[in-house]
Design a protein around this ligand. Structure first.
Ligand code: HEC
Length: 211
């Protein structure tokens, strides 16, 4: 008997809770809902600004929130542009035979021969780039057996004794990385031109080691 009464009370309590929840979910059309924390109103009703217009005004100081009074500000230094610009796309090198021929004549602006700390830094950067962007397919040592290549069932060795890439000019490899080929995507928007040259530098070292 006692148990049954307890059960009834529990059921009634549950029903009341459900009704409460349903009522709380009700909302008058297009009216803001209940505010549980009115002191953070500024988060619910932010001041909008047009990107080309004036900056919003700080209520406390009465001054615009940015010193130059404009909403749009210069991007911070080091921001990478998401456009085809000269830094990433060598616009004079086209993706055709003429462009490939022009690329063939280019000389790698970074040379490893002097053994200086600067040259070592260029090589280290190239190694980082190769291992980040190329190794998944071509393997860290350039033998072509990268993780992706193994799964896909192909192999394009870049640094084995008989790889034809040994005979490619620096500029040709640079052009290939810029535009991609077949299943290999273009890296022009991910790897800066300078870093592409440094990757070639590292690849040359891998080829020497494989000889
Ligand atoms: C997604 C996998 C993938 C990545 C990552 C990749 N490649 Fe390739 N690469 C390929 C494939 C596939 C080919 C063969 C393309 C073809 O000829 O159809 C290729 C071809 C090449 C060739 C020409 C090889 C030949 O035998 O003709 C070079 C040089 C090369 N890649 C360099 C690089 C460099 C340098 C990087 C890093 C910046 C890189 N690849 C990143 C897949 C990749």
């Amino acid at each position: 008997m006692q148990t049954i009464r307890h059960l009834k009370t529990a059921a009634r309590a549950a029903a009341v809770l459900c009704l409460g929840a349903a009522a709380a979910a009700c909302q008058v059309d297009r009216e803001p809902n209940w505010e549980f924390a009115p002191w953070i109103n500024y988060m619910f009703f932010p001041t909008g600004a047009e990107s080309q217009g004036p900056a919003p005004v700080n209520e406390k100081t009465g001054k615009p929130v940015f010193a130059n009074g404009m909403a749009m500000q210069k991007p911070p230094t080091g921001t990478v542009p998401h456009v085809k610009n000269r830094e990433f796309w060598p616009l004079h090198l086209t993706n055709d035979d003429a462009g490939r021929k022009a690329a063939d004549a280019l000389v790698n602006p970074f040379q490893p021969t002097d053994g200086s700390a600067v040259a070592a830094a260029h090589l280290a950067r190239g190694k980082w780039g190769f291992e980040t962007f190329c190794a998944p397919c071509h393997a860290s040592n350039g033998d072509g057996a990268g993780t992706v290549a193994k799964k896909a069932g192909w192999a394009f060795p870049l640094a084995t004794k008989d790889s034809k890439v040994n005979g490619f000019s620096d500029g040709h490899i640079f052009h290939l990385v810029t535009y991609g080929r077949g299943a290999m995507p273009s890296y022009a928007s991910q790897i800066s031109q300078q870093d592409r040259w440094k990757i070639v530098l590292h690849l040359r070292q891998l080829q020497q080691q494989a000889r």
